[in-house]
Design a protein around this ligand. Structure first.
Ligand SMILES: *Cc1c(COP(=O)(O)O)cnc(C)c1O
Length: 350
């Protein structure tokens, strides 16, 4: 493939679009964007944010992309910022269209957004270890010729990483774009696929700050060849990442060590939680590389309701996986509270 030319992937109706260019020109008097020259509650707002809230945000989130690029050892034009990675999934499906292929069970938004945009989507069951069923997936790739494949690794809600060689087999055989969604990569022992982007031009990686302490900011990013980023950028709304989120994310990323230490604490608690769950009769936890654990039990929905009565909310996944609940790893105190409530609910403790 001629690297750099990604327009063949793009839907015909999008192909000829140009990415929106907000003019950015240094000037003394800025009167081009219909902003207000006034700043209501200026002192309060400055104290809160120090940002001129009367002006539009940087449309290209340049500082943030520079910082992320440095961290990940890639170029800023290989990054596209989204209002959460959800928004980037939306943009990917708008730009490239369907059929959209993904293994199931997986993150629900791939299917929901495909439906919302009227694109065909195909879910292929994972194998019994929740890994990619290579035979079935490759057959679906051949049959449906998907424009997009989404692979969440670590996978939500199962928690495991897919085998790298199976992911790469799909990337090699797919004629469309394969997106590896690494929302939970920071919690994983796997290095992830960013270092391999150079070798696989039809692969892209999704990351997010949501699972590592900044869910409220809504900051996600797509990583891939600059030609691919350019195509998706054609459908991005110009000011999709607001100024407060850009500034807060920059500050947050500056303190890599704080993020790292929280991620480590969660990974270590995940180990402890797994052992606790595994030791409980009637509870079957699945190994996890993410910040949650999926477990199955006899009557998941009844247990879910009992936990609610103890003040604990977990996610009932029994719609997707028989009798399965998904619990997010909390602080040690929260996890103890959950374990005690679970012992009580399953009758292992008075
Ligand atoms: C949570 C999650 C997302 C969404 O992340 P946002 O950046 O908050 O939109 C994307 N993919 C997977 C697999 C997730 O679990």
């Amino acid at each position: 493939m001629n690297k750099g030319d990604y327009s063949k992937y793009t839907k015909r109706s999008i192909r000829s679009l140009q990415p929106y260019q907000a003019k950015e020109m240094p000037c003394k008097v800025k009167l081009d964007a219909n902003e207000s020259p006034y700043r209501p509650l200026e002192e309060t707002m400055d104290k809160l944010s120090g940002i001129p809230l009367n002006r539009y945000p940087d449309p290209g989130a340049k500082e943030l992309r520079k910082t992320i690029a440095r961290d990940l050892k890639i170029a800023p034009d290989e990054i596209l910022m989204g209002n959460g990675s959800d928004e980037l999934i939306y943009y990917l499906i708008i730009a490239f269209g369907g059929p959209v292929l993904f293994p199931v069970p997986t993150f629900s938004m791939y299917g929901i957004i495909s439906r919302a945009l009227g694109e065909e989507h195909i879910g292929i069951p994972l194998d019994k270890d929740f890994d990619i069923d290579t035979g079935k997936m490759l057959a679906a790739v051949k049959k449906h010729k998907p424009k997009l494949v989404f692979l969440s690794s670590p996978n939500n809600p199962t928690g495991n990483c897919f085998s790298s060689d199976r992911i790469l087999k799909i990337v090699e055989q797919a004629k469309g774009i394969v997106v590896v969604d690494e929302a939970y990569q920071p919690f994983s022992s796997d290095k992830g696929f960013v270092p391999l982007l150079k070798d696989y031009p039809n692969m892209a990686v999704l990351r997010t700050l949501s699972k590592i302490g900044f869910a409220a900011l809504r900051v996600g990013f797509l990583l891939g060849d600059k030609g691919l980023v350019r195509e998706v950028n054609k459908v991005r709304l110009p000011f999709n990442l607001n100024a407060l989120s850009q500034a807060a994310a920059l500050e947050g990323l500056r303190d890599r060590r704080a993020i790292q230490s929280h991620v480590k604490a969660i990974a270590s608690e995940r180990g402890r939680m797994f052992r606790e769950l595994d030791a409980m009769p009637g509870i079957n936890p699945y190994p996890s590389e993410a910040n949650f654990i999926l477990f199955s039990t006899d009557n998941a929905h009844a247990l879910y309701l009992k936990l609610i009565r103890s003040g604990i909310l977990v996610r009932d996944m029994s719609g997707a996986i028989r009798n399965a609940l998904r619990v997010t790893i909390g602080t040690p105190e929260q996890n103890n509270f959950f374990i005690e409530a679970l012992k009580k609910a399953t009758g292992r403790k008075k």
